[in-house]
Design a protein around this ligand. Structure first.
Ligand code: G6P
Length: 607
């Protein structure tokens, strides 16, 4: 989603702003722009599409200046055209904005009634007009911003540049993240620590409602009531080097291959192999009295939650409700007193999930959060913080964050079961042993990369693809279909294998490949029966199973992908890998933009 960077610098900033924008590319965008102050004027360049287009603009027409703001825009209001790209410049005020100003129409009408003319279809331009209007009434920039912020409804992170006050940028946040960075005689603003990684490691995260005046040698932060506040300066620990893809062609490929290591890293905080116990980073939380767990998430994180529902119900015998965040908050859910609401998110900033979290808190739920970005809004609002240690995920399509979420959720399920007295010490030891085996099994799954690559062309030619799974492999079928859609743009559906007869079987012909996820085990026979129903109708099956499953049921498939034989508990962590690799290789075969697929954003900070 939109990305912001601002530099109050001592030297030329255009190329550094561009570098910051490149670090924000992963969030997803469809136009970009940059504005600097030079010789008492605001100068701006904007371009549709990829940053290379903006870079070409800057080569053709370079920008001077030591102070500037820049933006990658993911269109919400108004098409991704140059005219709608940020920064919006009005009477010596330049604004970049991430989020949605929900009351922009009323504010625009008000500004238009004062004779102001709008140049774009965006909701964001109104912020520039409102600030310019206050300045025209004689207010100083700080007072103007303080007057405008309470009038903005919705979610925003903004950065504002003032032609007549060239040594400063004002930033503000509410519902969308913004950080300030401290340099040597320079200061910065950025959507996240990654944007600032090449500039500084010393950063402060603005809190909800904060606004900050950023000058060369100081950052003055105010809370939503305009009181001066201090926010802790932390070492971001995000090195510019994470942008190195190593030997990989894409971040997504790198992140798929990192999974055994980051899952092992994550498990270190959740299992004690010597004592053979599961342990959460925060041990003071007892699940014994929790009557019900409500899991809420979006996208891939939702599918991790779906697997967790199977585990929590199976091991801990606790009822679990599961909801997509955007549905949860508006369906007036019944939340039992003393209940636990569990939110799962890679970014910790997804607007729908964050709003759902706040809704659940207002309904008296305890809040647990499984999150990959430890400084995110969700992490900060959790009663029980369950971090994943996947490291920064750059590819838009989530991979390593998903398997790390699964690792945490498996440990959580065991902990809940223990606290509720539903799991013996011996069973706990088994869980620890199986989880500890997961990284090696994932490595073994990755060893089939070449086989998957070799068959990807078959899928690349298809117009529709079905994924089938049962039990805890059903969410994996959904995740496989999502991955394929996201990065290869092939229409794909995930189905519970047993449900296929109730509709999708009508789609089957020899042009529709069916990917069947069927580890040998309790549900294998049932899934295989569904697979045979497909084959009997000419369907082309790709069977993903272990050697035993393939020996039993592989005949008649157009391809088989062999996974190591694993305990059912860790099967989702292992079977995630072939579905990720398949989507990856199909996308590469089709020549799509794997890391930044069209229309998608990494962190969806608007509802
Ligand atoms: C976007 C991303 C997905 C991600 C989803 C939820 O749609 O493209 O990869 O699964 O958001 O994001 P979260 O950060 O909350 O896990």
């Amino acid at each position: 989603m939109c990305g912001i960077i601002g530099i109050v610098g001592r030297e030329q900033v255009a190329s550094r702003l561009m570098d910051g924008l490149r670090r924000l590319e992963y969030r997803g965008y469809d136009s970009a722009g940059i504005c600097t102050i030079h010789d008492g004027a605001l100068e701006r360049r904007r371009a549709e599409g990829k940053l290379d287009n903006l870079a070409r603009e800057l080569v053709a027409s370079p920008l001077d200046g030591a102070v500037g703001i820049a933006h990658t825009r993911w269109a919400t209001h108004g098409a991704p055209t140059v005219g709608n790209a940020h920064p919006h410049v009005v009477d010596g005020v330049a604004v970049v904005h991430n989020g949605i100003i929900e009351n922009f129409k009323a504010l625009r009408d008000e500004m238009q009634s004062k004779g102001r003319r709008f140049e774009s279809q965006t909701d964001s331009e109104v912020v520039a007009h409102l600030v310019a209007d206050q300045l025209a009434q004689g207010l100083a920039p700080e007072a103007a911003v303080a007057a405008v912020l309470p009038r903005l409804h919705g979610a925003f992170a903004i950065a504002i540049l003032f032609r007549d006050h060239p040594g400063m940028i004002i930033g503000a946040r509410l519902g969308a993240p913004l950080t300030v960075g401290l340099g040597d005689g320079e200061s910065y603003l950025g959507s996240d620590a990654l944007a600032l990684a090449a500039l500084t490691q010393r950063i402060a995260y603005l809190e909800e409602g904060d606004w900050a005046v950023v000058t060369h040698d100081a950052v003055r932060i105010h809370d939503r009531d305009n009181n001066p506040v201090e926010r802790e300066i932390v070492q971001s620990g995000v090195s510019a080097a994470i942008y190195d893809k190593g030997n990989h062609a894409h971040y997504m490929q790198k992140e798929i291959f990192e999974q055994p290591v980051v899952v092992a890293q994550t498990l270190q905080s959740y299992v004690r192999p010597l004592e053979q116990k599961v342990a959460l980073p925060q041990m003071d939380f007892s699940f014994g009295p929790v009557p019900r767990i409500t899991i809420v998430a979006c996208g891939t994180s939702f599918y991790a939650g779906m697997v967790a529902k199977y585990w929590l119900e199976h091991f801990a015998r606790v009822p679990v409700e599961l909801d997509i965040a955007s549905e949860f908050r508006y369906r007036d859910p019944v939340l039992e007193a003393g209940g636990l609401a569990l939110f799962i998110s890679q970014s910790g900033e997804t607007a729908d999930t964050l709003a759902a979290l706040r809704h659940a808190r207002a309904q008296g739920q305890k809040i647990a959060v499984v999150v990959n970005v430890p400084t995110s809004s969700m992490a900060r609002e959790a009663d029980l913080l369950l971090p994943t240690h996947a490291g920064p995920e750059v590819g838009v399509a989530s991979t390593k964050a998903f398997t790390c979420q699964l690792a945490v959720l498996a440990a959580l399920a065991a902990k809940v079961a223990r606290d509720k007295g539903r799991m013996s010490e011996e069973e706990e030891r088994d869980i620890v042993r199986h989880l500890s085996e997961a990284p090696a099994a994932m490595n073994a799954a990755l060893a089939h990369d070449e086989d998957i690559k070799a068959m990807a062309h078959v899928i690349a030619e298809a117009r529709d693809v079905l994924y089938l799974g049962r039990g805890q492999d059903y969410p994996l079928a959904l995740e496989g279909a999502l991955k394929l859609k996201e990065i290869s743009y092939i229409h794909a559906e995930g189905y519970a294998a047993g449900e296929m007869k109730h509709g999708p079987i009508a789609l089957i012909d020899d042009a529709v490949p069916i990917i069947v996820l069927a580890p040998s085990g309790p549900l294998f026979e049932k899934t295989v029966s569904n697979m045979q129903e497909v084959q009997a109708r000419g369907g082309k099956v790709v069977l993903i199973s272990d050697a035993e499953g393939i020996a039993q049921a592989g005949e008649g498939s157009i391809a088989t992908i062999e996974m190591p034989k694993v305990h059912p508990l860790i099967a989702p962590l292992v079977y995630a890998i072939p579905v990720q690799l398949l989507a990856y290789h199909v996308a590469v075969a089709k020549g799509t933009d794997v890391d930044q697929p069209r229309n998608l954003a990494k962190s969806v900070t608007v509802e």
